[in-house]
Design a protein. Sequence first.
Length: 215
Amino acid sequence: MSNKKIQSLLEQGNVSPVKNESDTIKLWESYRQQALLWRAIALLQIPATSLAIILALVLWSTRSIILKVPAKPLPGTYAVQDIPDTEFINFTQDFVNLVASYQQNVARRQYERAVMMVTEPYLTQFKEQMLSFELRAIETTSRTQFFFADPSKTKVSREGRNVLVSFTGDRLKIVAGQELPLVKTKYTVQLSMIPRNPINPYGIAVSGFTAEEPK
């Protein structure tokens, strides 16, 4: 084998370097730029974190929580101003539903339940008017009635030791299977305070009841 052929084979066996000097410099510059970027981000996080902490402290120091808790029922008779309007409205709604929305076969049970919510001196009058006259008319005419109250027209007024709650809406009567036209009706219930009991924890009772057709 000639010397030239041997030299050619040796040259082919030489492995060239993976990266030359210029590639190494570019790689180092890339690492350097990434390091500068992360350092800049870290420096920006310091004032941002400080501002967030200051803002959180300011919000925490200037905020206050106010809870409105109704007066807890206590033994005895309670003053009208110690009971929220919602309790009077709910009690009145239960009473009106018993006497103003009924069917002929359940009207007696509803009226007897309503009697338990009434106090003297109106109790005697309620028994005479509702249990005697009104209930007899319902059962003899097979009358059904529904009252649809308008919540936007519900009113509560406190007058000394009494409270007046009024519901206004439409009253539908069905007599002997025949539906009568709707009638605009306003029910006004006078409430007074009596000693509490397990069934009536706030001591609210009906001391007056009227029904009218507003013009």
